[in-house]
Each structure stands twice: as structure tokens, then as C-alpha cells.
Design a binder for this molecule. Structure first.
Ligand code: ATP
Ligand code: MG
Length: 237
């Protein structure tokens, strides 16, 4: 069974003169163990694709299925539960909670999902350690660098055993070595059976994926295997 299946998904904003087609008829399936990179120019629909895959926004038409469940058929509480249990999300703008320390930020979604505090803390510390932040667990986001905050956001998405990891440019604020470490971590999470969908502008990060999906003007224009044709990378940086 696919972890994520999107069928003919469309997302429109506005109406009339100001109608924007953020996504036009996108179909995409991601299997357990698969790491898929999403590339495309600014405004091509990458973040829209991720928010729809994560149930944070609803499509104008089409179907999104996560672990066999039609997301559109869920009520609010069911959707929130599916998101917390199955989906780890790294937001383009991080969304860390300023009044919580790093470890508390990472623990929060797990605790909301009913995991006991002690276990949630242990998982959170282990996820932070995986990202090289073991010593900063008690820091507040405002006392951390941009790259450290970004790694806390990644730890929050990876804590526990979420089956679908959605990451919107998770390496934007990281130096190249830390960026590679994050790729290795996402890759190994996929090897353990998760499915990962990651937006990136960097072809060397996309090279870690099994497949690269290229978006332009809300449409998938191509899907490539490990080697990315140069012609498709034009205009994506
Ligand atoms: N709430 C909204 N209202 C109107 N238009 C929107 C809204 N959200 C997104 N869009 C439009 O949808 C299109 C796709 O936006 P999206 O954020 O998915 O692009 P992106 O590929 O993630 O770009 P970037 O690389 O800059 O992050 C853009 O034209 C954007 O202006
Ligand atoms: Mg975006």
C-alpha cells in the first residue's frame, strides 16, 4: 500500500480575474521506503503540494489518501489525529513555539497524541541527538541560530515513528555538511520504512532521493530517477 497517494489533485485560490491555479491535476504516489524530492521554480506549487499531502489544506478537487485513509473524508478531530500520528512535517518557516524549549517543541505533537511525557521526552532527546543538538535541548528557539532552529523543526518531524515525512526546504539555513547529515537521516528513515517527500532547490540534495518530481505552474512536468537531467534543473535554483 502507498503511504501517500494523490489523485488528480487541484488547488485554486481566488476567483475570476484573480484566480490562481496553485496545483493543476497532480497525481503522485509514494511507497514505504521511498524518498521523493520535489523541485521547481518559486511559485510552481511545491509548498501547496506538501500542505495538501499533509492535510493542512484541502484540495479544490481530487483525492489525497494517507496510509489508506481518504483525508477528505475525515472530520477535524480525525484529521488532526492522523496528522499527529502518521505525518511529520517540516515547515518552510519552521513554526517552532517560542515559549517552549527545543525538547518541549519536539515532544509536543507526541504528547498531544497521548504518548506519555517520559517516553515523548526520551524520543525527543534521541531525535535532537540525531541532529547534533543533544546539548541544546533546554534552549529556547530565540536563543538558537537559524540552522539550529531548523534542525529542531526536523527533529520534531522525525520523533516517534511517523510513516510520512513531509519536509519543505529543510536545509535552507544549514551549511553543506549539516545539510548532508540531514539527507542521510531522511534517507535512513526511509530505509526503515517511512515515505519522504522533500522540497529542495539543491540538486545535490535531490540526488539523495529515489525520484525527483519537477513542478512548473502547478503541474508535474517530469519525474526522474536518481540522475537528474540538466535540462530539467534550469530555472529551479
Ligand atoms: N493563500 C493563497 N492565496 C492566493 N494564492 C496563493 C495562496 N497560496 C499560494 N498561492 C499561489 O499559489 C502558487 C503556488 O504557491 P506555492 O507556495 O505552492 O509555491 P512554491 O513552489 O512553494 O514557491 P517557493 O519556492 O517560493 O516556496 C503561487 O502562485 C502562489 O502565489
Ligand atoms: Mg514554498
Amino acid at each position: 500500500m502507498n503511504v501517500l497517494e494523490m489523485r488528480d489533485v487541484t488547488r485554486e485560490h481566488g476567483a475570476g480575474q484573480s484566480l490562481v491555479h496553485a496545483l493543476r491535476g497532480v497525481s503522485l504516489a509514494v511507497r514505504p521506503g521511498e524518498f521523493v524530492a520535489v523541485m521547481g521554480p518559486s511559485g510552481s506549487g511545491k509548498s501547496t503540494l506538501l500542505t495538501l499531502a499533509g492535510g493542512l489544506d484541502a484540495p479544490t478537487s481530487g483525492t489525497v489518501v494517507v496510509e489508506g485513509v481518504d483525508v477528505g473524508g475525515l472530520r477535524r478531530a480525525g484529521l488532526a489525529a492522523l496528522r499527529r500520528r502518521s505525518i511529520g512535517y517540516v515547515f518552510q518557516d519552521l513554526n517552532l513555539i517560542p515559549s517552549l524549549t527545543a525538547v518541549e517543541n519536539v515532544m509536543l505533537p507526541r504528547e498531544l497524541d497521548g504518548v506519555r511525557a517520559r517516553r515523548a521526552r526520551r524520543e525527543a532527546l534521541s531525535a535532537l541527538a540525531d541532529l547534533g543538538l543533544a546539548d541544546l535541548a533546554g534552549r529556547f528557539p530565540e536563543d538558537m541560530s537559524g540552522g539550529q532552529q531548523q534542525r529542531v523543526a526536523i527533529a520534531r518531524a522525525l520523533a516517534g515513528d511517523r510513516r510520512l515525512v513531509l519536509a519543505d526546504e529543510p536545509t535552507g539555513a544549514l551549511d553543506s555538511r549539516t545539510g548532508e547529515d540531514v539527507m542521510r537521516l531522511l534517507r535512513s528513515r526511509c530505509t526503515e520504512g517511512a515515505a519522504c517527500l522533500m522540497v529542495t532547490h539543491e540538486s545535490r540534495h535531490a540526488a539523495w532521493a529515489d525520484r525527483v518530481v519537477f513542478l512548473r505552474d502547478g503541474e508535474i512536468i517530469d519525474s526522474a530517477g536518481r540522475s537528474v537531467p540538466e535540462s530539467l534543473l534550469e530555472g529551479t535554483a
